[in-house]
Design a protein. Structure first.
Lengths: 242, 170
């Protein structure tokens, strides 16, 4: 190994940084064991390199943000991570296209049907809600709290003012009674005037039934409350006054 | 020198020591990393070289530097094998940090002095090259600085370091 070759190829630096092959390292060591100038350069470059390393490790020479280094070994893992991410993405895409897409289309169609059903039910409920709102919003809704006719022996009385579209019937029932009820309103000649099914307890534990006012002319009516399975729960007498 | 040693000249032996002692210690310390080990390698190497010269086992006087290197490498290999046999696994698997180098503190002071004078990009280059061990090509690509410019930065920084380090160790 000649002096010129050493200078041209930066052999001193490569030696200090352990970047020479075994053969070149041996050749260069044989050279600087006989060359004072090269040995001086090796010593200085080695001291400089160690000084830089020490500065880097003590944060005197920090790695600026945005720069990348390989010594810590993070560059390759980061690259490998990217490759892995691409591969996973590719497999996932293929799986989606071949397997999941048909399934998703089928699910979408089913959900569309379900949505249409829900919209239909929602429409019905909204109609019902609108009806309820019109009832609730009506000022001075005629309300009567019914007392069972057998217990009281007298008829309950309700005066319906002109212009009322509905009346409200309030029925107190025992706590052991069933949860769903049906109310029949019959004239004294036993004609069915109104049938209100699906009654459920309100938050006070009582039942409230809303009946169109126009169906109840002035007169006396027999009201009978049945459980859902058909058994009689209670009976009331109601006198309507106009 | 070889002839004088063979002739029993003690002054020639001192010259042999003076010429090769620091070099043997340098390569031994790079390899062994511990001053005491490097000193052992140096002493053993010089003893064997002297014995070889006296015993007429050196092929030619011109081959003396190569012979010293080869002897030092043999001694290091032998010491390495002995240490692997006697040291606990933990101590030999985790290499000792660089230490015991001559004028270590002065080298650090000189480097810090050089770094303070550099521009941020020049500092980044030195770190990437000497610590992160990236090639000049890679650093040139990362920093967008031509390799020739990097070469110039390095040689200027090294020159500045030599001046400061030289003053500190003298």
């Amino acid at each position: 190994m000649t002096h010129e070759e050493i200078e041209q190829k930066d052999i001193v630096e490569a030696y200090v940084l352990n970047r020479l092959s075994d053969a070149d390292r041996q050749a260069f060591e044989e050279h600087f064991f006989a060359c004072d100038a090269c040995f001086a350069q090796v010593q200085e470059t080695d001291a400089f390199s160690r000084g830089i390393r020490s500065a880097a490790e003590s944060d005197v020479l920090p790695l600026p943000e945005g720069s990348s280094g390989e010594r810590s070994g993070w560059l390759w893992p980061a690259f490998a991570l990217s490759i892995a991410a691409v591969l996973v993405l590719g497999v996932a895409t293929a799986w989606l296209a071949i397997v999941r897409l048909p399934e998703l289309r089928s699910e979408a169609a089913a959900r569309q049907r379900s949505l249409e059903d829900a919209q239909k039910r929602s429409g019905e409920l909204e109609q019902q809600l609108a009806l309820n709102r019109s009832t609730a919003a009506e000022p001075n809704l005629p309300l009567v709290m019914l007392e069972a006719s057998r217990a009281a022996g007298t008829a309950n009385t309700l005066s319906i003012p002109g212009g009322s579209s509905r009346i409200a019937l309030w029925m107190e029932i025992g706590s052991t009674a069933p949860s769903v009820f049906r109310l029949e309103v019959r004239s004294m000649d036993n004609q069915l005037v109104e049938n209100v099914a699906g009654l459920e307890r309100n938050r006070y534990g009582a039942l409230t039934a809303s009946v169109p006012a126009e169906h109840l002319k002035a007169g006396t009516y027999n009201l009978r409350l049945f459980a859902a399975e058909g058994s009689l729960v209670s009976a009331y007498r109601l006198e309507i006054r106009r | 020198l070889v002839a004088r040693i063979r002739g029993g000249d003690q002054a020639a032996v001192a010259v042999l020591h003076e010429r090769f002692s620091a070099r043997i210690y340098f390569i031994a310390l790079r390899e062994m990393r511990v001053a005491a080990d490097a000193e052992d390698v140096r002493n053993e190497t010089l003893f064997r070289v002297l014995e070889a010269i006296k015993g007429g086992r050196l092929a030619s006087p011109a081959a003396l530097p190569a012979f010293v290197v080869a002897t030092a490498r043999n001694v290091m290999r032998e010491f390495g094998r002995q240490q692997r046999r006697t040291e606990p696994i933990l101590e030999r698997d985790f290499a000792a940090p660089h230490r015991d180098f001559p004028a270590e503190y002065e080298a650090q002071q000189a480097v810090e002095s050089v770094i303070r004078k550099l521009k941020p990009r020049e500092r980044t280059f030195l770190r990437l090259f000497y610590y992160e061990e990236l090639s000049k090509e890679e650093i040139s690509r990362q920093l967008g600085v031509p390799e020739e410019r990097l070469r110039l930065i390095k040689s200027r920084a090294l020159k500045s370091f030599r001046e400061i380090y030289g003053r500190l160790v003298r």
